[in-house]
Structure formats: structure tokens, C-alpha cells
Design a protein around this ligand. Sequence first.
Ligand code: C2O
Ligand code: CU
Ligand code: CU
Length: 539
Amino acid sequence: MQRRKFLQYAAASGLGILASGYLYKYRQNDVVGTAAAARNVARTPLFIPGNSGPLGILDISDAPLTLNARATTLPLIQGKPSPFLIYAAQYDDKDYQNPIIRIKRGKQFNARLQNDLTEPTIVHWHGLHVPGAMDGHPRNTIAASGHYDYAFPVTNRGGMYWYHTHAHNLTAKQAYFGLAGIFMVEDEDDLAVRTALQLEPGVTELPLLIQDKQFNSAGELEYASNPMQQMMGQLGDTILVNLTPHPQLDIANRLYRFRILNGSNSRIYKLAFVHGEKKLPYTIIGTDAGLLDQPYPAQEAFLAPAERLDILFDASRLRTGDEIALKSLAFEAMNNDMMGGMGGMMGGMSGMGMGGMGGSSLALGAEFEIMKLAVTHQGVATPSVPPRKLSTIARIDTRKAAVRNISLTMQRMRWLINGESFEMGRYPIESRRNTVELWDIQNAKMSMPHPMHLHGFSFQIVSRSNSPSQVRKLSQDANGRMVTDLGWKDTILVWPGETVRIAIDFTNAYKGDQIYLFHCHNLEHEDQGMMVNHLVTAV
Ligand code: C2O
Ligand code: CU
Ligand code: CU
């Protein structure tokens, strides 16, 4: 608390240079304290979603679904109730909170958002190819006690999508306090993997919703949005998986499928399974918008806010009693260059890492454990090699595509897209329906990593250039792409100094002009205006 006040003061008064020595010592203590705490901490069994209740799997039939956005309390830490926001639903006589909505590809989805909050909200279907009016654009934000009706066919590939609030200027806070859930689309490719590997959803195929949160001593969620957190993004020092702090999953020695969503406001993870000092291999089989063409081996992978990964972890050669940690490995946060670029205001604090400035003692890029996996029982022998071919990914034909330059910069403490900050009535990017474009998303050198997200369409990564070495180390083709770049995407992390070229096919079947968005999924950046309208005009 003292430190945060001091930081606010330091930031607001330009005392950064004086502050640096004092803060550096402070941080070192924090790091030691956090590591010690992590060793002694009591573990909680990972919460596994059932068929009702919190995160319960809700199979959509023909009946429409009503999601009630409402305030509640939820015990997250040591049984202490914390303020929380949920989408409550009743369906087939069952109660749900933030349900995992599950639907078959091709089905019609009918839902109503009922706003039982005391402030405006709207819900967005992240990654789904819906018409503009169904997208949950912030212009459709509804007032308290209002409602919004959605109806659209689910045309997406099988995969893990999600839904979350998109109320302008309130998205970060509302999402942080809970307004987010998983939206699973199933198709034949997806079921084929499940069958081939004898996976059982809820037992050996599990969703992992990863979020970092900050708690006060009363066990309540804290969203302290000082100017520094607004600019850098909210970070928390407690990692929740499926809302479980310090989770442990007891496993058998067989193969598991984890479907991972980074639902954090701003934290990037570098995922690895670690046994003692040794990294264990895992297999990446899918990205944001469904399965890859084939399985790819990996030892580590970055996962930025809003990104998803579908992975297989083979525990069949492990022994009962073995403990494995799903970790986020250390990486370079790459916010250092920026510090010089803020008019010297932050001078001297550059070695601090963002965490120290964000009110969290866990800096971006620090190493920490996300979840413990304990091999507690013997598995029956099951196949542990995934099918060679998982799905078909037709590359977008870019021969006639126009190239669009997108710059990510900062000016006067604001993050900008092509020099623009969000304005509801402006349409800085306009594309024509049924055309293909290449976007060169170029992040300034003095910047932060920005997870950039496009509404309404999935895209493909064509190349990465000027990538930092920690990205180049993971790249596996001549275009600088990592395994996580090889599938269909809707969110892509662009590192400082880097240019990522993406291909987008703006083909859809919707009549008239459609209004979508392109924005940074660091939710504090988004709320601050790192977002632009994207108009897709009818041919
Ligand atoms: Cu995940 Cu504009 O959204
Ligand atoms: Cu989205
Ligand atoms: Cu950003």
C-alpha cells in the first residue's frame, strides 16, 4: 500500500529518478518474499467444471439462453467472499455462473443479455464470425436493467472461443471482476481427436482458464487502477486457473488434453511443463480458432491475453508420485525501451519491471508456477500419439491482396493505432467485403508487447520480422513464425520493434455494411482507446 502510494506520487511528480534506488531494494525483498510464499503455500484441487454451477458446461439446444450480468460474491481465496461479477443463467432446470457454452458448428445461437448490473454493459463473442449487430460492439452497450438480443448461426471451426464484456471504458474492470466465459464450438475434426485419443471431457480433456488477480488481506479482488496500471495494464500476483488459486490437478500416467485460455487483463505467459529442472515436451494441436493441420512438438509457448492454445500433455511415461509444474517461464517483458520514451518521466525505473509499477509484486516476465500436476494414480493404457493429420488449413490466397500498414505507437501516455485513439463515430479502417488484405502490424521500438485482436474474422500469420531474440528462438520457419502462429488466429502478440504480417479474408455472407473492431487485448490499453472501428463495406 505504502509502495503504491509512493509510486503514484513518483509517477505523478516526475520523481522517477530519485525513486529508483529505493524501489529497487523494495523489489528485491518482494521477490524473495514471493518465492518463499510459493514454497509453503497450500494447494487447492483444480476446479473442474461440471454440468452446472460455476463454469458449468451448458449444451445449447434449441431453447434460447438468457445471460444475466449481475454482481455477486464468490469465495476465491481461503473461503473469504470477494465481490465478483457473473453471467448467471438457468438452462434445462440447471443454474450456471459464467457457463462454458457448448454448441455444434452450424447451429443457431439465440441468447439475451439481461443487464442486472448498476452500470452499462454489453457482451461480445470473441472470435466468432457474427454480423456486426451481433458482435457486442461498444456502441451497443445497454444501460442498467436493459437487455440485448442475439441471434446468429455459429459458422466457426470447432475450437475454444469466449465471451466477455465490451462496455466502453468499463471492459477492463468488468472483465477483471469476472464478466467472461468460454464458448466451445464442436465439429467433426474436434470429435475425431477426442475419439482417437480416448479423451473424456471433464476428466482427461480439461479447459484451463488462466487469470492473474490481486487480492487484499480480506481476500477481496482488488482492481487498483492508478495511472501507471492504466498505461501498462493490470497485473496480479495470484494466478487463478478455473478460479482456483494455487491449483493442483491429480492425474494418471496417460495423455491429457488441455484447452487453455489466457483470460488475464494484461499478463503474458510463457507456458512450459517442468519436472524438477527439466522441461517436458508437449504437443500443440490447436490455436485461437481451432485445430492445426498436424500436431507440433513444443517445450515452451507464449500465450498473450485472449489467445488460446489446445495442447496434449503426455504423462504416460511418468510414475506415480511424480510432480510436474505447469509454469510460466521467465522472459524479457520488453518495456525497458519505452521508459526513455516517456519524456524521461519514468527515467531510472526502467530496471524495475512492470510489476513494481502495477501494484503487483509479480512482474511481467517473472517465472512462476501456474498449476501443479501430481501423478497420483495408474492410468489404463491408452493411445498417446495423436493422429498425423488433425484438420485442413487452406492458406489464404494473397496474390491479389492489398497491403495495409498498421502502426502501434505511444504519444502523451496514450497507446495509438495508426495515430488514432478510439472514437465511437470514426471508422479509420475500411475494408471491402469479399476481398483479401495483408496487414503489416508494426509495433514501435519504444513500446510494450501488444496482443492485437480483430473482430468478426479469423486471420493467418504470414510472417514475423524484426522479432526479439526470445521470439526468434522459438521460430521454426523461414518467415519467423512460431508453432503458435501456424493456425487460425484472432489475436496476435506483436513485440516492440516487431512487424507481424497477417492475411485476412473479408468474405462473409452478411448483407450491408458491418461494423467491427480492431484493438489491443491488453484490456487497460483497450479501455484507454487503443482500439479503432473497422468498417467492412458491402461490395
Ligand atoms: Cu475479446 Cu474486442 O475482444
Ligand atoms: Cu473479440
Ligand atoms: Cu496494448
